[in-house]
Design a protein around this ligand. Structure first.
Ligand code: BES
Ligand code: MG
Ligand code: ZN
Length: 518
């Protein structure tokens, strides 16, 4: 059994990733010695109006000169590195918040992300940021949480494979001090923000790790590691177990690869939990398309086809630390989709875990196959009150919604409302697509009960409706993260390229604000 040995370690080679430590202080900034300070400035109010009274005089003077000379304006999305002229805190990272009355949590998270990006470029090991009432008033939750989250997300870099020269010297550890003389926030809020961002960054690391170093067995090892650290149950089903359980769809996809498929099951439970929710993530560690081979151009991007699994693992890592009062079952079907000599063929008919027979018309529509078996398994074995799945399911979702919004299909409006709300709070935005039964007509099978692709149009909806055949009426939301899981541009806390860790904070906010479905 090579299941656990050494795996997972290469994924998070911490030597090459900046470590942030966030500490809390309510000593006035005038008594502090720091290498730099992050200040958030609005476009339309002076420094005092921004609540930056507490800045040391000399620092304030230089900052206001920069504002007067319009070296820096406070516009949304803008930032500027300034020298302060104040020996104890020589550098200022000024970040714009835009208009004062338009300020909200997402703006603040993005501004903090921008500051985080500047931090990775800066040669400083101790940095402060100032929480003011302006910032606190802008958010419903705790400004400290949003700021710590944004900073940690923005500072993220994936350097694990750059072991030479410059890149190596960048790796460092930075202490970020939250300067809060008015006691507006708390150490706990900072910690929770950091935990949420670290969970997201874990998902990013998993997503960015190339497929030669991240196989199904590595996802299983990562799950075991998370479970061990946070006292959760973790079971990994092998192909022989899947055979017994009749998971013909997952096994069918796995046939073309020598790497054995795994079905990962993690169980988090809380003594006071009244409900159980299941989260299922697509874990195709590489999607070549199989016999229905994808074109060569950009095929490398198919290493991101496990980002649903990454989101689930990242969220479980967070749940283990914030202890929500809910039982959570995480299920990850994971396999490669390769065109080996044993690979399944178009035209093959397989039997799913719930007994339905499915004709494979395109081996590249594999996500729905492995998810179908996983969904059927989790609703049968655990009878959850709700089930969510996250998957890089269709290229069509990128055509429809781009990289900015996740597409959703549901059978339950109340659950959808909670997911949408969690999206708005977390910044992982979700948009529901229609799911009228007419869309599902085209996957009724010619030779079997179902076929795995439809006619051609509305591919994202059809992919979702295929999954609905495997949830047995459980309240369900399917999230197509094909676009949102990687390559999101121009958002302060998102990396300039690669995996975003989408879904982690969405799941955390959903769970933490959970209202039982009646
Ligand atoms: N992994 C892809 C979906 C995808 C495509 C994600 C591009 C991110 C970027 C999925 O397995 C797939 O190949 N879907 C097919 C479905 C089709 C055959 C019905 C697709 O989108 O082309
Ligand atoms: Mg195989
Ligand atoms: Zn595919």
């Amino acid at each position: 059994m090579s299941l656990i040995i050494g795996c997972g370690l290469i994924i998070i080679n911490r030597d090459f990733i900046m470590e942030l430590k966030i500490v809390y202080s309510n000593i006035p900034l005038t008594n502090e010695k720091l290498e730099a300070v992050v200040v958030f400035v609005t476009e339309d109010s002076d420094l005092l109006g921004s609540g930056l009274r507490a800045l040391p005089g000399a620092l304030k003077k230089n900052l206001s000169t920069s504002l007067k000379l319009r070296v820096f304006t406070g516009k949304k999305g803008k930032s500027q590195h300034l020298f302060s002229g104040y020996a104890k805190i020589p550098q200022i990272l000024a970040v714009g918040l835009g208009k004062k009355d338009e300020l909200d949590a997402e703006t603040l998270r993005r501004a903090a992300g921008k500051a985080g990006k500047m931090l990775t470029a800066l040669k400083a090991n101790t940095v402060g940021f100032v929480v003011t009432s302006l910032l606190q008033d802008a958010v419903e939750t705790d400004a400290g949480l949003v700021l710590a989250e944004g900073l940690t997300l923005g500072a993220y870099e994936f350097n694990a494979y750059k072991k030479t020269g410059d890149e190596k010297s960048k790796s460092k550890s930075v202490i970020i001090q939250c300067c809060d003389p008015d006691n507006l926030t708390s150490l706990k809020a900072l910690k929770v923000g950091k935990i949420r961002a670290d969970g997201t960054n874990l998902a990013r690391n998993l997503g960015n790790t190339p497929a030669n170093d991240l196989k199904p067995k590595d996802l299983a090892a990562e799950a075991k590691k998370i479970a061990r650290q946070h006292k959760m149950e973790c079971t990994v089903l092998e192909e022989k177990d899947m055979k017994k359980l009749g998971m013909g769809m997952l096994l069918g996809v796995s046939r073309g690869s020598r790497e054995p498929a795994k079905l990962i099951i993690m169980e988090y439970s809380h003594q006071q939990a009244k409900q159980t929710i299941a989260i299922v993530g697509k874990g195709v560690t590489f999607d070549s398309g199989g016999i229905s081979l994808k074109p060569g151009k950009n095929m490398d991007e198919m290493k991101f086809d496990m980002c649903g699994a990454a989101a689930v693992l990242g969220a479980m890592e967070v749940f283990g630390q914030v202890n929500p009062k809910l039982n959570i079952i995480a299920v990850i079907p994971t396999t490669e989709n390769l065109p080996g000599g044993e690979a399944q063929r178009p035209g093959d008919i397989v039997t799913a875990h719930n007994g339905k027979r499915v004709e494979i018309l395109n081996t590249d529509a594999e996500g729905r196959l492995i998810l179908g078996d996983a969904l059927s398994y989790v609703v049968k074995e655990f009878k959850p009150d709700a089930v969510l799945d996250l998957a890089t399911l269709t290229g069509a979702c990128i055509t429809a919604l781009g990289h900015f919004t996740t597409g959703a299909i549901t059978n339950n409006d109340a659950l959808m409302e909670q997911v949408r709300n969690a999206g708005n709070i977390s910044g992982d935005l979700v948009w529901q697509l229609p799911s009228y039964p007419e869309y599902g007509e085209s996957i009724k099978g010619k030779y079997a009960d179902l076929q795995n692709i439809g006619g051609g149009d509305s591919g994202t909806i059809i992919g979702g409706l295929f999954l609905e055949h495997f949830i047995d009426k459980t309240p369900w939301v399917h999230l197509d993260i094909a676009g949102t899981s990687w390559n999101v541009k121009h958002i302060g806390y998102q990396p300039n390229n690669g995996a975003t860790g989408v879904g982690v904070r969405l799941l955390v906010d959903l769970v933490q604000k959970w209202k039982p479905l009646s």
